[in-house]
Design a binder for this molecule. Structure first.
Ligand code: PXL
Length: 274
């Protein structure tokens, strides 16, 4: 049976992050994707590509989850941008009601291109209601600094300390993405399972065409878990998947370049007329 995977996240109307990244990634992994939309992000080319986040009515979030969970059990799920505290509460209630396992919490707090953070009270609700249910959480350096209350993280040693603090919030595993924000010549991710630290390294690509990288990484981990891979293997494979996606990033419009979710599997070659 094909594995079923859910994303509870926002729509990135520009096509690279959010549920668009998630569903494309789920498909690349050969899993069957579902989505419950929590918000819609739009960008205005007439206003310097400024972002607007419009939350979905909580009642409509619930209706989507009811539809999705009506079928056979899901194999894994992830959360991304969560529009409202109510959406967070509803998501938690479905996790409990259906005894969901294999849960990836991507603690999205801002979009690139906007300094506007998610409401602090949303972050608090996500921390309280969702992190304790997480198989793994996938903060970037900024998000890890906020969750650990350590502020700026500038070294692997500090990332280790932050990972310990984040694990105390309840997730079973944490991976902190150093990315381009850590001033290293490699893209370094730190994985912590509560007993051991593992460093994952990939080439750091000098590209701006990396919109959607974070969502794609978390979605790849989720699909890996759905397929029955261990948490560590899911992270290792996700890292390779997203590295290929960044390396083959595409300039999508005058403002932005996106990761290419199909790069790892050379999806651009599919269905070509021979
Ligand atoms: O990359 C963070 C992110 C998450 N979710 C949605 C987004 C973005 C950034 O644009 O639009 C829906």
């Amino acid at each position: 049976m094909i594995k079923k995977v859910l994303t509870v996240a926002g729509s990135d109307s520009s096509g690279g992050a959010g549920i668009q990244a998630d569903l494309k990634t789920f498909e690349e992994y050969g899993t069957f994707g579902f989505s419950a939309l929590t918000s819609i992000v739009t960008m205005d080319p007439d206003e310097g590509w400024s972002h607007l986040v419009t939350p979905i009515e909580p009642d409509l979030v619930e209706k989507q989850l009811k539809t999705i969970f009506a079928g056979a059990p899901l194999d894994a799920m992830k959360t991304g941008m969560l529009g409202t505290i109510e959406a967070i509460e509803i998501t938690r209630s479905y996790i409990d009601k259906f005894s969901m396992e294999n849960i990836v919490i991507d603690p999205v707090m801002a979009c690139k291109g906007t300094s506007e953070l998610l409401q602090p009270e949303n972050v608090a609700a996500m921390t309280r209601l969702l992190l304790p249910k997480a198989t793994i959480t996938t903060p970037n350096l900024v998000e890890a600094g906020i969750l650990s209350e350590m502020g700026d993280l500038t070294s692997v040693e500090q990332m280790k300390e932050a990972a310990k603090k984040i694990l105390n919030l309840g997730p079973k595993n944490v991976v902190i993405k150093g990315g381009h924000r850590l001033n290293t010549d490699k893209a370094i991710d730190l994985f912590y399972d509560g007993s051991e630290f593992t460093i994952f390294e990939e080439e750091l690509f000098a590209t701006d065409f990396n919109h959607g990288a974070g969502c794609t990484f978390a979605a790849a981990v989720t699909a890996g878990l759905a397929k029955g891979y261990s948490v560590e293997k899911s992270v290792a494979l996700a890292k390779k998947f997203v590295a290929a996606a960044i390396k083959n990033g595409q300039k999508i419009n005058p403002f932005l370049g996106h990761v290419w979710h199909g790069a790892y599997n050379h999806a651009e070659d599919r269905m070509n007329e021979k």
